[in-house]
Design a binder for this molecule. Structure first.
Ligand code: PXP
Length: 261
């Protein structure tokens, strides 16, 4: 079995959160993005929220104009964000649900209930050549709806799994992990590209990198937090190492299986 490479996307929202705490230009998310790429990131993710609490329109314009790697624009499926995506034409767009009152993206997109609203949004983004992913929980109905929406990719919301592990809720963590594994397999079987994100740290990124269907992780808060202690380049490097270890585990499992066959 050939093991596909796995991309690391770094979410730089919280560099902007820190900058905005003082209202000046420092720390600059573009500088952080460049550093992350030098340290091993494959792409950069930025969430332009309706309330512009971290990333701003100007950040998006600068990232698109000046960054030497693909930009993944996280966006709500609103007319305003759709217009911005079509105008700025990022390499990729991850469609997420958004509530003003939430601290971070709380749940996955309701692709079943919002199906009719999402049809034209996905179609316009895809027609503009933007690589669309839908951020969803690993549930069969949602994965099938994402496939019917003709999005090329999904990003599995792994936040509940990461939270269950962090809080020692092992039965829940196990159930969540099973759902992620089954969901990734189902999605891949339907021809979807499978990404994962939310709440990942070194340990969970290593574990999930051992799933062959997952080809991209998007990680932000933990890495920007770790950067306080070890620097952003080192935290990105350690993340890359963790993911490579996960892929190596996958390779070993695959060759052990081939040996048994
Ligand atoms: N993927 C999506 C769709 C997200 O909304 C977020 C959070 O902005 C992330 C990945 C990154 O999550 P975290 O900051 O917890 O690593």
């Amino acid at each position: 079995m050939t093991v596909p490479p796995i991309r690391l996307g770094i979410n730089i929202d919280h560099v902007a959160t820190l900058r905005n705490a003082r209202g000046g230009p420092h720390p600059d998310p573009l500088r952080a993005a460049r550093l992350a790429v030098e340290a091993g990131a494959d792409n950069i993710t930025a969430h332009l929220r309706e309330d512009r609490r971290h990333i701003t329109d100007e950040d998006i314009a600068r990232l698109i104009a000046e960054l030497d790697c693909p930009l993944n624009l996280e966006m709500a499926a609103t007319p305003e964000m759709l217009a911005i995506a079509l105008k700025t034409a990022p390499h990729a767009a991850c469609v997420v649900p958004e509530k003003r009152t939430e601290r971070t993206t709380e749940g996955g997109l309701d692709v079943v209930g919002q199906f009719d609203t999402l049809v034209p949004v996905v179609a316009k983004l895809v027609d503009a050549g933007i690589h669309v992913s839908l951020f969803i929980a690993p549930e069969r109905r949602k994965i099938e709806a994402a496939s019917r929406l003709r999005a090329p990719a999904i990003e599995i919301h792994v936040g509940p799994w990461c939270a269950a592990l962090a809080e020692g809720r092992s039965d829940d963590a196990e159930a969540q992990w099973r759902a992620i594994k089954d969901g990734a397999r189902l999605a891949r079987g339907l021809g979807l590209e499978v990404h994962a994100g939310h709440g990942l740290n070194y340990a969970t990124a290593e574990t999930i990198s051992a799933l062959p269907e997952i080809v991209e992780l998007n990680i932000g808060h933990f890495l920007v937090g770790e950067a306080v202690f070890v620097g952003l380049d080192e935290s990105v490097r350690q993340m890359r190492t963790a993911m490579d270890k996960g892929r190596e585990t996958l390779r070993q499992r695959a060759s052990a299986r081939a040996g048994l066959a």
